[in-house]
Write a protein that binds this ligand. Structure first.
Ligand code: M6R
Length: 619
């Protein structure tokens, strides 16, 4: 939700504009309603901005070239206040002399009141954005302080809401100042150059040394220095770290899309998330958790909070967590949890799941849970992001950077990490013997090659997807752990192929959804393995017969060797067998490939679907 880049450097063999444009290209997945840059040149502040994708900004710069500079900021927008127009594109200028440029991610909640006061004072506004208010406030403060850092400090004191702001001023070349509250900002540490970005992708092509910033902090970068103060003016230090992936990981690497690459990376995402989690005695060790075993033994309820695909990973993990730990586990949409009156106390463990670690709804749910006294653990894919920082502990997934808006490899890594947490709780509380833990870990370890097998078999699924490119609606059915997989399969199709898709619990079919079945209606069915307890396999086979009898076209995902489905399936998509609770890591793959191929056949941009952004940093 808006990508932000800032750069100051010596401009030895690269100009500020090149660095910022490269950063914007890597951050475009965060929003693609408009893009813009501002830099300081000999004449003051120069700005180029255009609605639409980054390509439009490139054309604009081509038509109206910019002078070389050492100091620049850039922005790629997901519109909140004001439509996706040229005027509303960032950067915005501030001050009567128009010497300040500012970019913003987030929402300034009190902007209307501030704007009214500024208009009364004679300020002119050129856009409908909340951001322009901040530009005028920083510029006005600069007139009295003559210092950009102090001006930023004076401005943020007046703002309510969530924001990352970056500003440059024509009278202070070689300086970029950033501020953050509840919105992401990281520092890239170069040699003779420094960087700011919404995430490390903004500068990964130049440095892998980074610095986390805390909440309510202001950072000032020059080519040779990085200084951080709190909003109250006291100096502080950011936490330095080394980024454990490189620029190649954030590139397509020969694939037609990031989504295609990320689907293929899933065996690694699962394997890397499992790596190094057991000691010599085969016991599960989650060192990074740093929560005492005693605290975990006190837990009598688990609540998983998340949004979108991350929520589906929680819904999937619930089955295993309750089975292994015997602790009740609820899974709740973060934005619903936050605004009702949940029963949460010191004995509740709230697990947040978020790829980005920046989803505002999930962040607010975590803060709320902490206020209520709960123990909070973040399952996150992004080092140093806000949600892990605001939690008591973090368990990182190791999926690597996920660039495509539609989440795929993060999903399987999230399920894997939640399984590790569940098993660890079971181990700590004595609910599972060490033999049981070791045996489940071995079964988990066998999943990556099985996922690879599915990936190797996807030719027919691609054919089916191309054949179905003009479908108007597709239904997905699943039962037990197959149910959240049906939901996630439907979400993938909705978000990248713009096809109406719904997932249902197969057992619910007769309670209403079966009315949707008409001749030719395609229905994917995720079939549990024949060994699934409670004879769920037979129940789902009956469901397939029921819909087929009413004319549905059945696309059945079934284990190798499951012959019972053969008479009732129009298409069978075979997957390797695995223990019931681990099957979701395998069965989701054909549904991801199906959505990708169908959207591609429709000629859609699968990495940047309409109206969406990768991380939703506003409520
Ligand atoms: O970064 P997060 O995991 O917190 O994001 C949560 C959702 O916004 C995200 O999973 C979204 O649903 C994806 N577009 C799904 O593909």
């Amino acid at each position: 939700m808006c990508g932000i880049v800032g750069y100051v450097g010596p401009s030895v063999d690269e100009t500020a504009l090149d660095v910022v444009m490269e950063g914007l290209a890597r951050l475009e997945y965060r929003g693609y309603d408009s893009a813009g840059v501002a830099l300081i040149d000999g004449d003051g502040i120069a700005i180029r901005k255009r609605s639409g994708k980054l390509a439009n900004l490139r054309s604009e710069i081509g038509a109206h070239p910019l002078h070389p500079s050492t100091t620049a900021i850039g922005h790629t927008r997901w519109a909140t206040h004001g439509g996706p127009t040229d005027n509303n594109a960032h950067p915005h200028v501030g001050g009567r002399d128009r010497k300040l440029a500012l970019i913003h991610n987030g929402i300034i909640e009190n902007f209307h009141r501030l704007k009214t006061s500024l208009v009364d004072l004679g300020h002119t506004f050129l856009s409908e954005t909340d951001t322009e208010v901040a530009a005028h406030l920083v510029a006005t403060a600069y007139e009295s302080t003559g210092d950009l850092t102090e001006a930023m400090r004076a401005a943020v004191a007046q703002l309510e809401g969530a924001f990352t702001l970056l500003a440059i001023h024509a009278d202070q070349p070689g300086v970029v100042v950033g501020a953050r509250r509840n919105s992401p900002l990281v520092v890239g540490l170069g040699e003779g150059a420094n960087y700011l970005g919404s995430d490390v992708a903004a500068f990964i092509g130049h440095t892998r040394e980074a610095m986390e910033l805390g909440q309510d902090e202001i950072v000032t970068i020059t080519p040779d220095s990085v200084s951080v103060i709190r909003f109250d003016g006291t100096p502080t230090d950011g936490k330095r770290y080394h980024v454990d992936w490189d620029a190649a990981a954030a590139e397509k690497g020969g694939y037609s899309s990031f989504m295609a690459k990320e689907i293929d990376e899933q065996p690694h995402a699962i394997g890397d998330t499992l790596l190094g989690r057991t000691d010599d005695a085969g016991r599960l060790v989650l060192d990074e958790l740093r929560i005492s075993e005693e605290s975990l033994r006190q837990v009598d309820k688990i609540v998983i909070v998340a949004c979108g695909t991350a929520w589906y990973s929680g819904l999937t993990a619930k089955y295993a967590i309750e089975h292994w730990t015997r602790i009740p586990c609820e899974v709740e949409l973060a934005h619903e949890f936050r605004y009702r009156d949940p029963v949460v106390n010191q004995r509740t463990l709230v697990i947040s799941v978020s790829q980005s670690g920046e989803t505002m709804d999930t962040l607010m749910a975590v803060k709320h849970a902490r206020e209520l006294g709960a123990l909070t653990i973040s399952v996150c894919n992004t080092h140093g992001a806000t949600i892990p920082r605001e939690s008591d502990a973090v368990l990182y997934t190791h999926a690597g950077p996920e660039i495509a808006v539609a989440s795929t490899k993060a999903f399987v890594a999230q399920i894997t990490a939640c399984y590790l947490l569940g098993l660890y709780l079971a181990q700590v509380r004595g609910a599972a013997t060490s033999e049981t833990v070791a045996s489940i870990m071995a079964e988990l370890g066998a999943i990556p090659p099985k996922v690879q097998t599915v990936l190797d078999r996807m030719d027919r699924v691609r054919e089916i997807a191309r054949f179905m490119a003009d479908s108007r609606a597709v239904l997905f059915l699943g039962r037990h752990v197959g149910y959240p997989i049906a939901l996630e399969g439907a979400l993938k199709l909705k978000e990248i192929a713009y096809i109406h898709a719904e997932g249902f619990a197969a057992g619910e079919l007769k309670h209403g959804p079966i009315a949707l079945i008409e001749p030719g209606q395609p229905v994917f069915v995720v079939v549990p393995g024949p060994d699934t307890p409670h004879d769920l396999h037979s129940k789902v086979v009956s469901n397939i017969q029921e819909i087929r009898a009413r004319g549905a076209r059945t696309l059945v995902i079934a284990e190798d060797g499951d012959e019972a489905v053969v008479p009732f399936a129009d298409e069978i998509i075979r997957v390797p067998a695995a223990p019931t609770l681990l099957m979701p890591l395998i069965t989701i793959v054909p549904l991801q490939v199906f959505a990708l191929e169908l959207a591609t056949a429709k000629g859609l941009d699968v990495d940047q679907p309409r109206n969406l952004a990768k991380s939703v940093t506003v409520e």
